[in-house]
Each structure stands twice: as C-alpha cells, then as structure tokens.
Design a protein. Structure first.
Length: 225
C-alpha cells in the first residue's frame, strides 16, 4: 500500500457558525509492502487512528494518493465501520464482500466468526444492541477470519473478558509470525519493538520520523515522550 501526500482536514462548526479546521493528517507519505510489520506511535490526537482509517478505506482523504496495490485490508478498531442496523452476521458478509470476497466466500466465514467471538445467537441481532465488549469481539473475530493481506490494528484487541483478551492476544502474536502486512497503532513502545520491524512517528498529523523501530522509538523518547 502506498500513501503519497495524504491530508485529512476536519471542519468543526463552532459557536456563532465559525468554522474551525482541524488538520488531522498533513502531507503524509509512506509505503507498506506485503509481509511488512509497521508500528505507529504518537501522542493522543497525533492522527494515528485517522491514518489507519484512511489506509482501510473507511475514510477518504481531502488530498493525496492512496494506492492499495491490490492488497485487501481490514481495520481492527471499535469504530471499524460496522452498520448498527445490520445483524452481526450481515456485517461479516458485508465486510467480506468489501474486501473482494464473493458472497459465498464471505458467508463461509460466518461460522468461524461466531465460534471465535462466542456471540452465539447474538450474531442474528442488530449490532446496535451489542455492548461495547460484544462489538469488540465481533470486530476482532471478523478481521482475523477474513484473512486480509493488510491487517490494521488500532489497539482494539485488548478487549472483553479475561479469557477473550488472552485468546485475542495469543492469536495476534501468531499473526505477526505470518507473511501478511500488519500496521499496529500502540502506545506500548515495548510491544512495538517486540513485534514491528519498522515504525512511524506521527506528531500533529505529520510524520516526524520513520525507519527501524529501535531508531524511531529512540527519537520519540529523546523528544521527551
């Protein structure tokens, strides 16, 4: 996946109709190839979640180029684009087809998603009726079982009860040994150094540094973060 000169601007209409623009991303360029493991670091509000939403196609940038180079992607986040008016089952099928699966292929994943998530009959209910934990389990199980070329993780997999947290963390560590591209947003520098070969430091929507994880983490810490 290639991003070139990507910018995202949010407009916030405030009191007396004054419109304040918030530049969430500013001229961001990076590339993620097949099998790459890339960590994204930065303070709150740096643009990390916006970046992975752009990479997943959930959010369209105001300017710049996003080229997925034929890679399917799935975003693992509590706000991953699930339709609250559709059932868990229909959301699984919708996400699969958006990734390029046929309807038959997407439907074939439903059983695995239901088993991993432990949602049972709740898979047939509208997602708007789910608790936060149930929604997170559906999101995690869907993203994992659709097996995308690029998995985008926004710190959402440490969720649910203890058993599910342990299971999801074990599965995620297994995914990092596979030949698929993964982008991980995390505040845990130790986790990024353990799992990612490369890292990107975002600061106020701009890339301050990118390269080997140990080098980027050192710059980030030297800056007082």
């Amino acid at each position: 996946m290639r991003l070139e000169g990507v910018s995202v601007v949010y407009s916030d209409e405030g009191f007396f109709s004054n419109v304040e623009e918030v530049r969430a991303l500013n001229d961001v360029s990076l590339r993620v190839g097949r099998g790459d493991k890339v960590g994204i670091i930065g303070s709150n509000g740096a643009g990390k979640s916006t970046l992975v939403r752009v990479m997943s196609g959930v959010l369209k940038p105001n300017s710049g180029i996003v080229d997925d180079e034929g890679m399917s992607s799935a975003l693992l986040s509590l706000n991953a684009g699930f339709d609250g008016e559709l059932s868990g089952t229909r959301n699984v099928v919708m996400h699969g087809m958006l990734m390029g699966l046929t309807r038959k292929e997407a439907v074939a994943r439903i059983g695995a998603v239901a088993e991993m998530s432990g949602l049972g009959e709740a898979m047939n209910r509208r997602v708007s009726t789910y608790s936060t934990g149930m929604r997170a389990r559906l999101c995690f199980s869907t993203a994992i079982n659709l097996e995308p070329d690029l998995l985008l993780l926004d710190e959402a997999f440490v969720v649910g009860d203890l058993d599910f947290r342990e299971k999801s963390q074990r599965i995620m560590h297994e995914r990092f040994t596979e030949d698929r591209a993964i982008v991980l947003v995390s505040h845990s520098l130790a986790t990024l150094q353990q799992l990612c070969e490369r890292a990107v430091w975002l600061d106020h929507g701009e890339i301050r540094a990118q390269g080997e994880t140990k080098d980027v983490v050192r710059e980030y810490r030297d800056a007082g973060n």
